[in-house]
Ligand binder design. Structure first.
Ligand SMILES: C[S@@+](CC[C@H](N)C(=O)[O-])C[C@H]1O[C@@H](n2cnc3c(N)ncnc32)[C@H](O)[C@@H]1O
Length: 232
């Protein structure tokens, strides 16, 4: 799944004039951190250079995985037309762009992101684009309360692996409370990612979630859940 043309242009503008060799070294270091699933207290994307490297080498794949997950939700739930969204660990706004592309009626989104530079990068990408009204908030979801009324669509993509294992149940609980209709969780397609998805699935089903994909769950809860695994 290609980046939408306006996002592609915004990324190209952001990367314009950045020496390729510099970016390649940062991208390699960033990929190494992700591969190792390093949790050393530092955010993976802590500098503007890290954010630009993410745009260059990771965003196309995370966008494709998130957009494909939304497409699967739309196929399973053709009646679902979210008006409001919450994206936790929004990074450069990946889920916002993907949700706007999938559901043109989406009107408003709250994006929560721990890294100030990543947030600034996401806000800059969105300038001038025809996107839903967006509110960006800097917060650490492992520590802070997600202060949001329930929203139709809630997304968290490639974030669980950055949270300490002991923080995950509380974050999932908060996400579920903030979900009016559908929660989408995306994790890397690795053995570790799959274990995190299984643990999240168990917890959320116990909280009354009805899983729409993969492996639909029998009981018919009021709100639903979609899990995905993506390549990055
Ligand atoms: C791999 S990036 C994914 C970004 C985006 N969701 C995507 O799919 O492209 C993980 C994001 O989660 C954010 N993050 C990690 N821990 C967080 C926390 N405790 N609170 C809020 N955001 C967090 C990181 O700063 C980063 O932007």
């Amino acid at each position: 799944m290609e980046l939408p043309p306006l996002l592609r242009e915004a990324v190209d503008r952001a990367l314009n004039g950045i020496p390729l060799a510099e970016l390649a070294a940062t991208a390699a270091a960033l990929s190494q951190r992700y591969r190792e699933e390093r949790r050393d207290g530092a955010l993976h994307v802590g500098s503007r250079q890290d954010a630009l490297a993410y745009l260059a080498v990771r965003l196309p794949a995370t966008y494709a995985a998130v957009r494909a997950s939304f497409a699967a939700v739309a196929a399973a739930r053709p009646d679902f037309t979210p008006r409001t969204a919450l994206d936790v660990g929004a990074g450069p706004g990946t889920a916002l762009w993907a949700a706007a592309d999938c559901w043109p009626d989406l009107a408003e989104a709250l994006l929560v992101e721990a890294s100030p530079v990543f947030r600034a990068c996401g806000e800059a990408l969105a300038v001038g684009a025809d996107l839903p009204r967006s509110i960006w908030r800097n917060a650490d979801v492992a520590r802070d309360v997600i202060d949001s009324e329930p929203r139709d669509l809630v997304a968290m993509a490639y974030v669980l692996n950055e949270l300490a294992p002991e923080a995950r149940p509380r974050v999932l609980d908060q996400l579920w409370r903030a979900t009016a209709d559908t929660l989408v969780i995306v994790e890397p397609g690795t053995p570790g990612g799959w274990q995190r998805i299984l643990a999240a699935r168990r917890q959320l089903v116990e909280s009354g979630a009805h899983v729409i994909a993969p492996c639909p769950h029998d009981s018919r809860g009021k709100r639903s859940l979609r899990f995905a695994e993506g390549a990055p």
